[in-house]
Design a protein around this ligand. Structure first.
Ligand SMILES: CC(=O)SCCNC(=O)CCNC(=O)[C@H](O)C(C)(C)COP(=O)(O)OP(=O)(O)OC[C@H]1O[C@@H](n2cnc3c(N)ncnc32)[C@H](O)[C@@H]1OP(=O)(O)O
Ligand SMILES: O=C([O-])CC(=O)C(=O)O
Length: 371
């Protein structure tokens, strides 16, 4: 039995949602560069869930439906208020809240396709509300209801900060959402598919996926990139810091990728945004430091920056708390998880690989009083 560690290179399913071929990423055959430059996040949601770009009226309806479904049960808000807010990580709060929202959805266990699509829409709409409500509650502020005249990206920033965002902020945030929406069979998406392939429900699939995204080798890396940049503090210390980490065999967060050999096509968009936004805030040191680290790791380890690397300085420049970076990844990636969950249901078979047994054999059972 062959056993590539971490399932490297194994093709585990067919999918029509996104592809990575020769370091190029497409959603339903559309190049990520075109989508990043031209589309709204709502268009991408529609694309991932319907395998086609929306007409204007289809897009308007989706936006309306998202706006109509953004509120979360009061019980979930009360629950968020009951946490020890100093110690709970927002990804843990999100994981629990998503599961809890499922308790208040009468269709949670209805497995028909239309019901699953309605749940997908409700979850996509509610996750930004959960993340921003948590962020406000822990600052001693009340959650803010979304504004019906704002799009998805603008509403997130509005609900987080309580004021209308600037156009440049909305543009950057929308682009970040587009770039994070889907990525073939990454760990969290695979987790979602494994979960629902047992014919478990949509809420279970998304809750499981949030758990997988939280880890530092996956979505959790973006928060840790900012921790690293903050520890370095000054561009002139960057190389010394990185050399020390590498000498201690520590990984540099935001660097390397299982699939991309020559570079993550999303990183250049985030890099340019980081350059622009740090120019506006005046904190160019985050961008300068990041470029130095990227170049050093490329040259010395042959590893490219991944999507998490420059997203850190982008979100920081938007004034977002560092521990919200990974929940923001989930705000976007849930669109991909839901597309994969719907695709899995449409052509399901239980996902159950094998393990190569390497433990002891033919052991004689010893009674407990003789061990
Ligand atoms: C959205 C996303 O999920 S993107 C990925 C986000 N994660 C990170 O940024 C965390 C840092 N990066 C990593 O840990 C890895 O590059 C991963 C997990 C993303 C992918 O790596 P894998 O394909 O599993 O490679 P693996 O971890 O086995 O590393 C292969 C070699 O490259 C090295 N390497 C890989 N990434 C890094 C890194 N970021 N820093 C230093 N060394 C690294 C490993 O130490 C290993 O070296 P060795 O062969 O001398 O032991
Ligand atoms: O595909 C992966 O392994 C990780 C990744 O970049 C993503 O999920 O966006």
């Amino acid at each position: 039995m062959s056993n590539p560690k971490g399932l490297e290179g194994i093709v585990a399913t067919e999918s029509s949602i996104s592809s990575i071929i020769d370091d190029k990423l497409t959603y339903v055959g559309y190049d990520i560069d075109d989508l990043a430059e031209n589309s709204s996040f709502e268009e991408v949601i529609y694309l991932l869930w319907n395998q086609k770009l929306p007409t204007q009226s289809e897009l308007d309806s989706l936006k309306q439906e998202l706006a109509d479904n953004m509120s979360i049960p009061q019980e979930v808000i009360d629950h968020l208020k009951s946490y020890d807010l100093k110690t709970v990580h927002p990804m843990a709060a999100l994981r629990t809240a998503v599961s809890m929202v499922g308790l208040y959805d009468e269709e949670a266990d209805v497995m028909e396709e239309d019901a699953n699509r309605r749940k997908a829409l409700r979850l996509q709409a509610k996750i930004p509300t959960i993340v921003t409500a948590f962020a406000r509650i822990r600052n001693g502020e009340e959650p803010i209801a979304p504004k019906s005249d704002l799009g998805f990206a603008a509403n997130f920033l509005y609900m987080l900060k309580g004021k209308d965002p600037e156009d440049i902020e909305v543009e950057a945030f929308n682009k970040a959402l587009v770039l994070h929406a889907d990525h073939e069979l990454n760990a969290s998406t695979f987790t979602a598919r494994v979960c629902v392939a047992t014919l478990s429900d949509v809420y279970s699939g998304v809750t499981a996926a949030i758990g997988a995204l939280k880890g530092p080798l996956h979505g959790g890396a973006n928060e840790r990139v900012m921790k690293m940049l903050t520890e370095i503090g000054d561009e002139n210390r960057a190389i010394e810091y990185i050399e020390e980490k590498l000498a201690n065999k520590e990984k540099i967060m935001g660097m390397g990728h299982r699939v991309y050999q020559n570079g993550d096509p999303r990183a250049k968009h985030l890099k340019e945004m980081s350059r622009q936004l740090t120019g506006i805030t005046g904190e160019t040191k985050w961008y300068d430091m990041s470029v130095k680290i990227e170049e050093y790791i490329k040259e010395n380890k042959g590893l490219p920056a991944n999507v998490d690397f420059y997203s850190a300085s982008v979100y920081h420049s938007l004034g977002i708390d560092h521990d919200l970076f990974t929940p923001i990844f989930a705000v976007s990636r849930v669109s991909g998880w839901l597309a994969h969950i719907l695709e899995q249901y449409s052509n399901n078979r239980l996902i159950r690989p094998r393990a190569e047994y390497v433990g002891p054999n033919k052991q004689a059972y010893t009674p407990i009083d003789q061990r």
